[in-house]
Design a protein around this ligand. Structure first.
Ligand SMILES: [Zn+2]
Length: 181
């Protein structure tokens, strides 16, 4: 998808974010970076308050090819779940969508839930509503359904079209109409 799609997504996302109540899962890049800093300093600090411990139960960091990433704390290194910040959300969703061959909601959820901690179904739906090929496919399906429905008659000649031709002005004795069947 070209960059303009990402811009539209970001605008809609921002609208949705500002309309909903404060969601603890939502991370801006700024918040994301501050959380990384907080984890780093808390880990080296000897004195931890209760809410610090709570914070560390939700957030941890890991270094991936020189970049520090925010993750959900894990004991099992195989199954690391990353936090995603809003500025990179489009890229994450787009990759999952394309790698599943324009996968729908359920396939996207399946693809993302094991890798990311804070991608929501709402985010996925927002993304899907903006994918042009998917919208067209959906519209095509809807149109197709309508045509199939019209042709679903149980028996041959169970429906017909009837019309009347008006000959009242030139009636043939009592006959004033011709019925076209
Ligand atoms: Zn698509």
């Amino acid at each position: 998808m070209p960059d303009s799609k990402e811009q539209v997504f970001r605008e809609k996302l921002n609208l949705e974010r500002s309309a909903s109540k404060v969601n603890s899962l939502v991370l801006s890049k700024l918040k994301y970076d501050s959380y990384i800093e907080k984890v780093t300093s808390l880990k080296t600090s000897s004195k931890k308050e209760n809410n610090d411990l709570r914070f560390l139960r939700r957030y941890d960091i890991i270094e991936v090819s020189g970049i520090t990433k925010l993750i959900h704390p894990v004991t099992d290194q195989e199954n690391i779940k990353y936090y995603v910040f809003d500025e990179e959300l489009f890229g994450v969703l787009n990759e999952a969508h394309i790698s599943t061959g324009h996968g729908g909601r359920d396939r996207m959820i399946e693809q993302l839930k094991g890798k990311f901690q804070n991608v929501t179904t709402k985010d996925i739906l927002l993304f899907l509503r903006l994918c042009e090929p998917c919208i067209q496919k959906l519209n095509h399906k809807k149109k197709g359904r309508l045509v199939v429905k019209l042709l679903l008659f149980k028996e041959v000649k169970s429906r017909c079209q009837v019309d009347l031709i008006d000959f009242q002005s030139q009636s043939d004795r009592d006959f004033q109409f011709i019925m076209v069947y």
